[in-house]
Write a protein that binds this ligand. Structure first.
Ligand SMILES: Nc1nc2c(ncn2[C@@H]2O[C@H](COP(=O)(O)OP(=O)(O)O)[C@@H](O)[C@H]2O)c(=O)[nH]1
Ligand SMILES: Nc1ncnc2c1ncn2[C@@H]1O[C@H](COP(=O)(O)OP(=O)(O)O)[C@@H](O)[C@H]1O
Length: 188
């Protein structure tokens, strides 16, 4: 990324249930200049999720074809499913000098750091593991097995928090949003 576009690619990572989606939705509502990259995944849609809005839902074969055709900027396996960032949209937004947010897990964030060292990488932390579990449970969209799996992955992800430019604890929602805004729009 050219130096004059520093900070336009924003990577948001953090354990499942920490509130990434909630924070990103607030940011998108408040700052129309921010865009979110819609990922592809092989996971089943949750009730209420819409194709092309939450994710592009692909079967395994089509996802693997996308990998082979180099259509993904990065991809990773998470809790038994593939997740990946479609390349074309992100490259186009960067070329236009627009802000683009990737909400992705740790392995993907590491790949993006290699590809775009200037990207702003933010790790969202829960106030505690107990609160994280509570949030995943309250959301009501995961089975016991997938809750346990997500909590196990969470511990590993949290251990990598120091790799990120910035760590934000999502305790008070408004405070976390304010910290994100300050990082993304440093001069405002
Ligand atoms: N590497 C990578 N991770 C992604 C992508 N899209 C979503 N993820 C991550 O995959 C993980 C699982 O997402 P999801 O199944 O929606 O579960 P949730 O985080 O529990 O709501 C989360 O950590 C997401 O940030 C992507 O395009 N690439
Ligand atoms: N600061 C917060 N305090 C309390 N609950 C929160 C907070 N942020 C998010 N939540 C709740 O936690 C749950 C998980 O949030 P979500 O945005 O789906 O997480 P993620 O996208 O990281 O998996 C949701 O029910 C959401 O309403």
């Amino acid at each position: 990324m050219p130096a004059n576009q520093l900070g336009k690619l924003i990577v948001i990572t953090g354990p499942s249930g920490v509130g990434k989606g909630t924070l990103v939705n607030f940011l998108l509502q408040r700052h129309p200049q921010l865009k979110l990259s819609i990922s592809a995944t092989t996971r089943q849609p949750r009730p209420g999720e819409v194709e092309g809005v939450n994710y592009f839902f692909l079967n395994k074969k089509d996802f693997e074809t996308a990998i082979l055709n180099q259509e993904l900027l990065e991809w990773a396996e998470y809790a038994g499913n593939y997740y990946g960032t479609p390349k074309a949209g992100v490259i186009e937004e960067i070329k236009q000098g627009n802000y683009i947010i990737l909400e992705i897990e740790l392995a993907g964030a590491r790949s993006v750091a290699d590809l775009f060292p200037e990207a702003l990488r933010i790790f969202i932390l829960p106030p505690s593991i107990e609160e994280l579990e509570q949030r995943i449970r309250n959301r009501g969209t995961n089975t016991e097995e997938s809750i346990a799996n997500r909590l196990e992955i969470a511990q590993k992800e949290i251990a990598a928090r120091d790799e990120f430019d910035l760590q934000i604890v999502n305790d008070d929602l408004e405070q976390a949003i304010a910290l994100l805004e300050a990082a993304i729009f440093p001069s405002s």
